[in-house]
Design a protein around this ligand. Sequence first.
Ligand SMILES: NC(=O)c1ccc[n+]([C@@H]2O[C@H](COP(=O)([O-])OP(=O)(O)OC[C@H]3O[C@@H](n4cnc5c(N)ncnc54)[C@H](O)[C@@H]3O)[C@@H](O)[C@H]2O)c1
Length: 367
Amino acid sequence: MDRVRLGVLGAGNIAAMNVRGYLEDPRCDVVAVCDTDEEIGRQAVKEWHAQTYYADLSDMLADDSIDAVEVLTPTHLHHDHVIAALEAGKHVSVQKPVANSVEDALEMQAVAERTGMTLRISECFVHYPPLELAKRLVADGAIGKPTSLRIRTLVGQTDSPFQAALRPEGYGWRLDKRSPGGHLFDDMVHKYAMALWLLDLDITSVQAVVRRRDLFFEPCAVIFEYEDPEVLGMMEVQYSPSFYMRSKYYGADEFFEITGDEGQIWVTRATGELLDLAPVMLFTGTPHERKTTEFTDIDADWGTGFVRSSQHFVDALLHGTAAAMTAAEATDVLRLCFGVYQAAQLGTAVDPRTVTGTVSPPGWGEW
Ligand SMILES: NC(=O)c1ccc[n+]([C@@H]2O[C@H](COP(=O)([O-])OP(=O)(O)OC[C@H]3O[C@@H](n4cnc5c(N)ncnc54)[C@H](O)[C@@H]3O)[C@@H](O)[C@H]2O)c1
């Protein structure tokens, strides 16, 4: 294959963010769009200069000119859509969360292995430059031996044009029984991915307190124990519904703090732009020198993670390299998320690696 001919399945709220990377990549042609909503689908064909609109997935999959499919449909449809595309001989990139149950995710992986097609899960945080830099600094020993990871999510409001343009219909499937955990199940999957990816260590135990709020059920506070007993992780979600935050995207922001025995790294932003700080900061100190390094010359636009994620998929297909995230990695992320819900329900520590099925936070569905 010397270029990728791509079909896009689902042209809803997040599609433009994902497709931008393909449109900007000279090695890729966006040739078709499939969406059951004809107006949305045809509008996307026009905007992306694609050739064909399909109302039905099976018709798009019968198109032999398409090599790969970008799956951007609601999460509860990922299992069926991904398997149909793989069985039709297409390579697949699918948005996080990979699926709504561990078994569905494992089946998707098994079909990819049997058919020999590439299946990758698009996780934009893995391709966000400040987080990539932080991971590289840790791996290069910039803070010595890691001892702790802290991830904080602050959810508020914003008046960004992006947020104002979101269609409310795109939120229905997140907030009812088609989702195991609502709005922040959808969002927090990014942070569970970071808890595993930044330190490249397995998590062996989670403890959690989950509170119900008007918008969502999520961990207010989680403690992770890693396979290395000297490393601990903490995750918090804070909700300030009347707090308007600076953001080009959603009214939310994330903060990451990685501590080692020789220093500390901060990633001071992701989705939003709350703080007036360098996107990445490194603090080190010896008896002779206390040093703060500010990494300002770095693309910290959250949208860049989407662009790079799409281009990474093209790279993987053209060069036959592994595409991040793999289905196995994304299934571990799902297990961690469900492990947190299970720990909150049981009031005891849970090994996320043992989690099966689908788990919801305490009280989910009682409305
Ligand atoms: N990386 C991120 O930060 C991020 C952000 C938002 C959403 N997402 C993920 O992207 C996916 C899509 O989210 P969204 O917000 O764009 O949802 P959405 O509901 O706005 O869009 C989904 C689109 O799929 C279409 N569709 C539904 N069923 C279909 C079918 N059977 N065949 C063809 N088209 C169909 C709908 O008409 C709609 O246009 C979800 O998995 C979500 O979790 C990721």
